[in-house]
Design a binder for this molecule. Structure first.
Ligand code: SF4
Ligand code: SF3
Length: 551
């Protein structure tokens, strides 16, 4: 196997024997082959679209296939093998779509040559597929290292955008530019002759396309669940049956809340589900009682502690420990061997097995008091208070805004973000989003005027909110985002964060600090481009970085 798509990659270079995340060589190989299958679909679907032909089922398969291969989503070789085989069928469908559209337009059959992926037919058995996967990885022999690096950047960005597009699709939203770009990007990956310049342009186009994708997701969330409002969330627990819900899928949470009404089962968010408490259409459920635990990498310890049922809606799932293996469920694209999966049927999910398990287990044995934290500072709330924020900036009361956002992770070095937050001056505020916030969201950083100094914008899925606020502030101050008293301190782990970084770059945002380590797939040449053109800096120490920012 060869995988270096996430920050946890072995030795900071690549996982070659076993994934540091727990991904087996078989799962890794099948994911490579799935991507190869998706590239083939992309080639035909991209050509078909240029002729005005499209098929929604092809678009959905590609989005789900890409999301499936994100770190900590699907570890199940059986499911992955099924998807690989399906990718061949979908490719044939895309091929027919293209050839029919060509014939219709040109009154003759297509006789040209498309990239070689169209020759692949899946082997009949698993061993055969694993053998095929050896040649299917993204590392094409003989490629220049910068081209290779850009190909990976493009692929991982596509995976990230697929996650956002999938969440939006579940909520009934789609966007033609976004759907078309998946095929364009995959077709480009199938073509190993693409130059570094062409790939760089595609990466930038991906960034801009992802902004539309995230806007669509933001729109869907606000339309269905209301605009988030600042809300206190208890970190304590109440005695009694409980279900802990993790991941990012708010629709899963809503369906579970509906199905647990009047059942004496309390629902707790976990990890990236924390911001759900701020949505009016979710917080109205009185049995959504609080948030349990911290970020994904602590789940094995946190889930083992009490006998509650667990529902993993998306990333990040880790190998379940024996202590809770029989009470954890996956849904959506999340999958782990031998973990019970709740599939959708006609858009709805039946969580009765999760609920039954929660009732049988009994849940928390006692009340545990803890503090509460605040969530709900999305663009609706922040822009509603824009006049006050602007007045504070103009009066010099608010000296600086830090956006400390991104993923949490298992490797050491992430205390940087805790220390950074602690050391920010009292006349500054911190906006945060995604699961990296668990490094500091229990800190009491006080208030600045009527604002808490730490404001939670939402999940990684809500990055659009932060961008919208930054752009609005810049407009109100008649300047650009780079000239605002604003610094972005980012932490990455997986490919959704890679995609967000690409989006920020495509918006021309400069001087971001990125940690805890730089991606292994970024070559020296690509790093030079990122540093020279965008002023990207690796995080150093909180003191040194704060001094460099504030002077
Ligand atoms: Fe390694 Fe990350 Fe790939 Fe898992 S996803 S195999 S940890 S690089
Ligand atoms: Fe976290 Fe997995 Fe990236 Fe949603 S839950 S941000 S790592």
């Amino acid at each position: 196997m060869f995988c270096r798509q996430c920050e946890q990659t072995h030795g900071g270079t690549s996982c070659t024997v076993q994934g540091a995340c727990g991904k087996t060589p078989a799962a890794a190989a099948l994911q490579d082959l799935l991507i190869y299958g998706l590239e083939g679909i992309g080639v035909f679907a991209d050509q078909a679209r240029m002729l005005g032909a499209k098929d929604e089922s092809i678009d959905r398969f590609v989005i789900e296939g890409l999301f499936t291969t994100i770190t900590n989503v699907n570890f199940d070789p059986v499911k992955l093998e099924g998807l690989v085989r399906q990718s061949f069928e979908v490719r044939e469908k895309a091929q027919k779509l293209f050839r029919d559209a060509f014939r219709q337009k040109n009154a003759k059959s297509f006789a040209g040559v498309l990239p070689a992926v169209d020759a692949w037919v899946p082997a009949t058995d698993t061993a055969g597929l694993l053998a095929q996967a050896k040649d299917a990885g993204l590392l094409a022999p003989g490629l220049n290292e910068d081209v290779q690096s850009l190909r990976e950047l493009l692929l991982y960005g596509l995976k990230g955008m697929a996650a956002y597009a999938d969440h939006a699709a579940i909520l009934g939203e789609k966007n033609e530019t976004v759907n078309a770009f998946f095929h364009k990007g995959l077709a480009a990956l199938a073509d190993t002759a693409k130059s570094a310049d062409e790939l760089t342009a595609l990466v930038m186009e991906l960034g801009k396309t992802n902004l539309s994708c995230m806007e669509m997701l933001d729109h869907a969330h606000n339309k269905l669940f209301g605009s988030p409002v600042p809300t206190h969330v208890s970190l304590g627990v109440t005695k009694g049956p409980a279900i802990v819900v993790s991941g990012h899928d708010l629709m899963d949470l809503r369906q579970l809340l509906e199905q647990t009404k009047n059942k004496s089962v309390n629902i707790y968010t976990h990890g990236e589900m924390l911001p759900a408490h701020a949505y009016p259409e979710l917080k109205k459920y009185k049995h959504l009682v609080g948030h349990y635990g911290t970020a994904w990498q602590n789940q094995q310890e946190e889930f083992a502690k009490w006998p509650f049922a667990i529902l993993m809606t998306t990333n990040c799932i880790q190998r379940p420990m024996k202590a809770y293996a029989d009470r954890i469920f996956t849904t959506g694209l999340a999958a782990f061997p031998d973990v019970e999966h709740i599939a959708a049927s006609g858009g709805t999910k039946d969580f009765s097995r999760v609920i039954k398990k929660a009732i049988a287990l009994g849940g928390f044995k006692e009340n545990v008091k803890d503090k509460s934290i605040m969530v709900g500072f999305a663009h609706g709330a922040l822009l509603g208070a824009a006049d006050k924020i602007l007045a504070a900036v103009k009066a010099g009361d608010l000296r600086h805004i830090f956006l400390i956002g991104g993923c949490d992770g298992a490797k050491p070095g992430r205390n940087y973000y805790t220390e950074f937050a602690e050391k920010t001056p009292k006349d500054s505020v911190i906006l945060t989003l995604a699961c990296g916030k668990f490094r500091f969201n229990r800190l009491d950083l006080g208030t600045l005027g009527e604002f808490p100094r730490l404001m939670d914008v939402g999940q990684c899925n809500d990055t659009y909110s932060a961008i919208k606020v930054a752009v609005a502030l810049a407009e109100a101050l008649h300047t650009d985002v780079n000239s605002l008293p604003l610094s972005l301190i980012l932490s990455w782990y997986e490919q959704k964060a890679v995609c967000i970084l690409i989006t920020l770059l495509s918006l021309g945002i400069k001087n971001m600090r990125l940690g805890p380590t730089l991606p292994a797939f970024v070559s020296p040449g690509v790093l030079k481009l990122l540093v020279e053109k965008f002023g990207i800096k690796p995080t150093t120490t909180p003191d040194a970085d704060l001094k460099a920012i504030l002077g």
